[in-house]
Each structure stands twice: as structure tokens, then as C-alpha cells.
Design a protein around this ligand. Structure first.
Ligand code: ATP
Ligand code: MG
Ligand code: MG
Ligand code: MG
Length: 565
């Protein structure tokens, strides 16, 4: 590519609101432009990086046995009602109506569509396993879109899905994707860790790993052990429980009692529980005669607020209305708590017990009991233990070594879904014995656009990004210092043509600009290999620089430079 023909949109300064280094550099280099909050255009330079990344992902997913398809971004609401996620998903789901007042959503993910496809297309065990992936735009109305491509409202995801006849098949596919992800992120030159994670909102029955690119700007905390291979995100991390000495305030035998007479509304209860449960994963609520009626677990406050408003048409519920709530929604349902706590309440003890089981993640999780003294009115809280996350000084529960904490950006997520979606959407097949069975599913995501920011975060410096060769928009930048010097122009152009014809992505700075401007732009464009054609051009010499190795420059023959590339 000749630079004069390119849309070159480098900026001397980034807009002040761009906090993250990657965001600033992607704006300054002219890779992306914001169209609206969390919504970006990829300029040609950024699009090149995107294409390179997609290619790596496609190669590795194909190698893992997955076939590419493309599913619609616009999806009928009915599908989401079938899975229960039309309300479950909360306000991140963008809901629209078409001209016939039929509901549609803009897909934040594709479990519903892909499962309904599998249900329709697959009938026999002979057609399984089925492995599909796509690279598609996703829509999530994030509360706080930020840091450029790191958290967008419209973003690119690679999502993959596997359908198996049994759990062993799922495990094989899951492991194959885990291996593929390691290769993808290694090829992208990313520093990353695969960490154990919590199942969370997507549901499903089991194992899940998050792939975290290590970077200080990351929103997640990664807990790793320096001596064994233990790695988990903060929510999941377990640590070595020391023997409880006396006086540390959380012994089970001496519960702290907190009386809260006068709580009359769910709002008040929610506020109370919010404060009390800050150190707890879950809170049990009992009737005066000791029957568990509810369990309150930590989660996403926004989603429940949304459910309340949409499903129940209420912002606040009177405690007296609990029965109505149960009648309208059935358990589980929820209400909003303060401080971002999601407080689903399960109104019967069976659902409560199930939820308790499902939410006991680590050994460090403890319960908090609230006794319901006067029905509908007063509560008594009883702390039977602290819940806390792992923290500095805690030791690995496997080997006793001190745990290390760092920040991470979730760039990938693999998940054993099991039968949650196959059951909801009727994805069955006839097994070897002629019986109907549920397909066993896994789902696997990579934040494609987010990964570009994560890489920029790791490979960015003061003056620009030095891309790894695999992602660089151009691998080589040929820069004749003076456009007025015939020898420089000639040698630079010859080198450019030679590299181009051998399939290298090369950029030629053929502009008539001052050297300072050319070099500043070159830093921002970020090609890892730079060939400067200056005064020595008359002797056929050029200045060679591999920017991945540092600032060192070397004067070599032009032919030698072409060979090195
Ligand atoms: P997060 O915890 O960051 O909100 P998530 O767990 O909601 O992400 P998943 O549902 O696991 O995301 O989606 C798969 C992948 O899509 C994530 O691992 C992440 O890399 C990417 N992703 C999710 N949300 C966004 C977003 N708003 N902008 C860019 N990429 C995203
Ligand atoms: Mg999210
Ligand atoms: Mg996440
Ligand atoms: Mg995730």
C-alpha cells in the first residue's frame, strides 16, 4: 500500500476522555473512530488488524474441527422467551419491535439461535458431534461502555458451539477448544492466563474457564499460584483456610445477632441485606418457626431491577406481596439490592436449597441467616461466618504457596452448558438404542474486537503500538526520508515493489512530508519492521530496524533488508 492512497487519520493528541492506553493509541493511530458510546467504526488500518486476527481464529477453529456459519444478529423474541432469557438477560438485551409489533432482539450471543438450528437439522446420533462457529457482531447495551473496544455496546465475537451425544464427547470438544484458544492467544503474542471461573448467569452445569489477557486496565482480578498451576478469577478463587483462632469474629459457634425490627418493605429488606451480605455470598431467610423460605445470592442488580419493572410492573414490592410475586413469576425471581447486588429470592425451600447448592463456590463461602420473626415485618440477622474473597497474603489451597494477584481482561470464555438450552429449545436426537435424548452442549467465545484492544494494551508504548508480526496492519514500513531525493524514492519504491510481490504487507511512505512527521506517523501506524531509506540510498544502503527488539538500527544493503523480511 502506498501511504498517499491510504486514509491516514493519525492524531497528535487523543481525546481527553480516552483513559486507557490502548484506547488512546487506537484513536491516535487512526485504527478506530467512535460513532456513538460503545459503538465504533474500524478505519482501514484497524480493519487490517481485525482481518489478521480473524484469520488466526478461523485457522485454529477449523483445525479443532469446527465449521463456520453465520447466524442472524436480528432474532425473534419468541426464541428468547423459550429459553427464559428474554427477561433473564436484563437490560443489556436490546429489544425492538418490527412494523407488525412483533418483538425482535439484537443478539448479544447466539445460544438460542444455534440450538434451534441444531434441533431442526439434527435428528440422529449419526449426525453428532456437531461443531459450529461464527464471527459475528453482538449487541449488548452495557451500562458502562468504555475503554474503546474493551467494552463496546456493539462488538465482534467469535462464538462456537458443540453438540454431543454424551458428556465425554463434550469434554473432548471442550478440551480441543481450550487447546485452540491457547494457540490463538499465543499466535497473537498475548500474555494471558486461563483461569477457573464461576458458572454465573449463562447457566449450565459445569466447568468454565476464562482466558485473561494480563493488563492493569483489566476489570477482572486474576489469582494465580507461582508454584503450582492453580489459577482462578477472584470470584472463584479458593485459598488455604487457616485454623480459626479465637477472636477473629467469624466462628460458627458464636453468631453475631442483629435485630432489625421495623423492616416493612422489600426495599428496606434489600437495603439491609445489601449491607449485611456484602461479605456473604448468600443469605438464608427463615420463617419464625425455622422454615427456610428464601435464599439471597450475590449477582447483578441491574438485571433484577429490570425484571421487576418488566415482569411485575413494580419498582418496589411490599413484603405482603411476596405471595403475589410467587404467583406471577414462580421461583426463582428477584429484587434489586443496593451496591450492585443481585438479590434473587427463592420462595420455596426446594428452590432455595438448589440455589444454595449451585452457588457454593469455594471453601471460603459462608452463610448469613436472617430470621423472619413477625411474618411480614421484623427480621433478626444472624451471622454465622464471613464470606470474603482471596486477598494478599492468602495461600494456595493446593500447595500452600502465597497467591499472586494481577489484573486481567477477559478475552475468551469456554463453557460446558450441558442440556440447559437443548431442553429449553427441544434439541433432541435419537440415540443408538432408538431413544430420544438431549444434546449435550458447550459454548466458547472470544472477544475479537476486545482482543485488539488487549493486544494494544500489552504492546503499546508512549509513541505508538508495536504490533506483533501476526496482527500488524503492515509488517514492514518503507520510509524514504525525502520525497525530493530521486535515489531515495527509487530505492524505496523498488524495495516496496519487491516485498509486495512476495506477498508481504508493506507500506510505502511516498508522501512529501518532513521526516519528523513521517516518523511520528510511522510510530503510530505501528509496523514492527521499519526500513528507512535515507542519504545512504546512493550506495544502495538502508537503515533496518526491528522495533520488536528495541531501538537498535542497522545500516545494511537493500537486498539484505528484503531477505531479512
Ligand atoms: P464481561 O465479563 O467482560 O462483561 P462476559 O462474561 O459478559 O464479559 P461472555 O458472555 O463470556 O462475556 O462473551 C464472550 C466474550 O465476548 C467475552 O469473553 C469477551 O471477550 C467478549 N465480550 C463480552 N462483552 C463484551 C463487550 N461489551 N465488548 C467487547 N467484548 C465483549
Ligand atoms: Mg458482560
Ligand atoms: Mg465475564
Ligand atoms: Mg464471560
Amino acid at each position: 500500500m502506498r501511504q498517499r492512497q491510504m486514509l491516514l487519520s493519525t492524531l497528535r493528541e487523543a481525546p481527553a476522555e480516552a483513559e486507557a492506553a490502548s484506547h488512546r493509541l487506537l484513536l491516535r493511530g487512526g485504527y478506530v473512530r467512535q460513532t456513538a458510546a460503545g459503538i465504533y467504526s474500524f478505519l482501514p488500518l484497524g480493519f487490517r488488524v481485525l482481518r489478521k486476527l480473524e484469520r488466526i481464529i478461523r485457522e485454529e477453529m477449523q483445525a479443532a474441527g469446527f465449521d463456520e456459519l453465520l447466524m442472524p444478529a436480528m432474532q425473534p423474541s419468541e426464541l428468547w422467551e423459550q429459553s427464559g432469557r428474554h427477561t433473564e438477560y436484563g437490560p443489556e438485551l436490546i429489544r425492538l419491535q418490527d412494523r407488525h409489533q412483533r418483538g425482535v432482539v439484537l443478539g448479544p450471543t447466539h445460544e438460542e439461535v444455534v440450538t434451534s438450528l441444531a434441533a431442526a437439522e439434527v435428528s440422529s446420533y449419526r449426525q453428532l458431534p456437531l461443531r459450529l462457529y461464527q464471527i459475528q457482531t453482538k449487541f449488548r447495551d452495557e451500562r458502562r461502555p468504555r475503554h474503546g473496544l474493551l467494552r463496546g455496546r456493539e462488538f465482534l465475537m467469535k462464538d462456537a458451539y458443540s453438540f454431543d451425544t454424551d458428556w465425554q464427547g463434550l469434554d473432548e470438544n471442550y478440551q480441543a477448544v481450550v487447546r485452540a484458544y491457547h494457540r490463538i492467544f499465543e499466535r497473537c503474542g498475548l500474555r494471558f492466563r486461563a483461569v477457573e471461573a464461576e458458572a454465573g448467569a449463562i447457566g449450565g452445569e459445569g466447568e468454565t474457564l476464562e482466558f485473561m489477557a494480563l493488563a492493569d486496565i483489566g476489570e477482572d482480578t486474576v489469582v494465580t499460584c507461582p508454584s503450582c498451576d492453580y489459577a482462578a478469577n477472584l470470584e472463584k478463587a479458593v485459598f488455604l483456610q487457616e485454623e480459626r483462632g479465637s477472636g477473629d469474629g467469624d466462628s460458627v459457634s458464636e453468631p453475631e445477632e442483629v435485630h432489625t425490627p421495623g423492616i416493612k418493605t422489600i426495599g428496606e429488606l434489600s437495603a439491609f441485606l445489601g449491607e449485611r451480605t456484602e461479605t456473604c455470598l448468600k443469605t438464608m431467610i427463615y420463617t419464625a418457626d425455622g422454615q427456610p423460605i428464601a435464599v439471597v445470592v450475590r449477582g447483578d442488580h441491574e438485571v433484577n431491577e429490570f425484571k421487576l419493572k418488566n415482569e411485575l410492573g413494580a419498582d418496589r414490592l411490599e413484603l405482603a406481596d411476596l405471595e403475589t410475586v410467587e404467583r406471577v413469576t414462580g421461583a426463582p425471581h428477584g429484587f434489586a439490592g443496593p451496591k450492585g447486588l443481585h438479590i434473587p429470592i427463592y420462595l420455596d425451600s426446594a428452590a432455595a436449597a438448589a440455589a444454595v447448592k449451585g452457588s457454593t463456590a469455594g471453601a471460603n463461602r459462608k452463610d448469613y441467616h436472617v430470621r423472619h420473626l413477625v411474618p411480614g415485618r421484623d427480621f433478626q440477622a444472624e451471622r454465622i461466618g464471613d464470606y470474603r474473597n482471596a486477598q494478599t497474603g492468602d495461600r494456595c489451597s493446593r500447595c500452600g504457596e502465597e497467591l499472586v494477584f494481577s489484573r486481567g481482561i477477559e478475552v475468551g470464555h469456554v463453557f460446558k452448558l450441558g442440556t440447559k438450552y437443548s431442553k429449553a429449545l427441544g434439541a433432541t436426537f435419537t440415540n443408538k438404542d432408538g431413544q430420544e435424548d438431549w444434546m449435550i452442549m458447550g459454548c466458547y467465545g472470544i472477544g475479537v474486537s476486545r482482543l485488539i484492544s488487549a493486544a494494544a494494551e500489552q504492546h503499546g508504548g508512549e509513541s505508538g503500538i508495536v504490533w506483533p508480526l501476526s496482527l500488524a496492519p503492515f509488517q514492514v514500513h518503507v520510509i524514504p526520508v525525502s520525497a525530493k531525493d530521486a535515489a531515495q524514492t527509487e530505492l524505496g519504491t523498488a524495495l516496496y515493489e519487491k516485498l509486495r510481490s512476495s506477498g508481504i504487507d508493506v507500506l510505502l511512505d511516498d508522501r512529501d512530508e518532513r521526516p519528523g512527521v513521517k516518523f511520528k506517523d510511522a510510530d503510530l501506524i505501528g509496523a514492527p519492521l521499519r526500513i528507512v531509506v535515507g542519504k545512504a540510498a546512493a550506495e544502495g544502503l538502508v537503515e533496518w530496524q526491528n522495533r520488536r527488539d528495541g531501538d537498535e538500527k542497522e545500516l545494511i544493503a537493500a537486498e539484505e533488508a528484503a531477505l531479512r523480511v
